[in-house]
Design a protein around this ligand. Structure first.
Ligand SMILES: [Fe+2]
Length: 131
């Protein structure tokens, strides 16, 4: 049984752009959990990973610009964490393209769920007090 959280406004950090992006990410993880729950066979993994790639490129740029504007003290550490996740997504794309160690939908769910819980709800939440 795959379960993912219900959306809560407690997840908001207080910036409309960042929060809109985070909700989009949440909805994507929720969709993946539903695909898994329903044993959907015709899920296009490459499309999900492409979406993730475009999402991180766009979202990290915006979030990092906002961190600079508000003089967030942990900006360098936070950027490194973003870089690590971008690399992880790039690796998923390569694996799908080369068809070697191809990730499963379960793998993508675990990776994105962990990112939501450990990054968005934890590290991004630290920005709240500077906004
Ligand atoms: Fe972040």
């Amino acid at each position: 049984m795959v379960e993912f959280l219900k959306w809560s406004d407690d997840y908001l950090i207080g910036d409309i752009q960042i929060d809109t992006h985070h909700k989009l990410f949440f909805d994507m993880v929720k969709d993946i959990s539903r695909f898994l729950e329903n044993d959907s066979a015709d899920v296009n993994l490459a499309a999900i990973v492409d979406f993730l790639h475009q999402y991180v490129e766009m979202h990290f740029r915006v979030e990092e610009e906002i961190m600079m504007e508000i003089a967030y003290p942990d900006v360098d550490k936070h950027k490194d964490i973003h870089k690590g996740f971008s690399n992880q997504i790039a690796q998923l794309r390569e694996q799908l393209e080369s068809q070697e160690n191809t990730p499963t939908l379960d793998d993508i769910f675990t990776i994105t769920q962990n990112w939501f819980l450990q990054h968005i709800l934890t590290e991004d939440k630290q920005l709240t007090k500077y906004l």
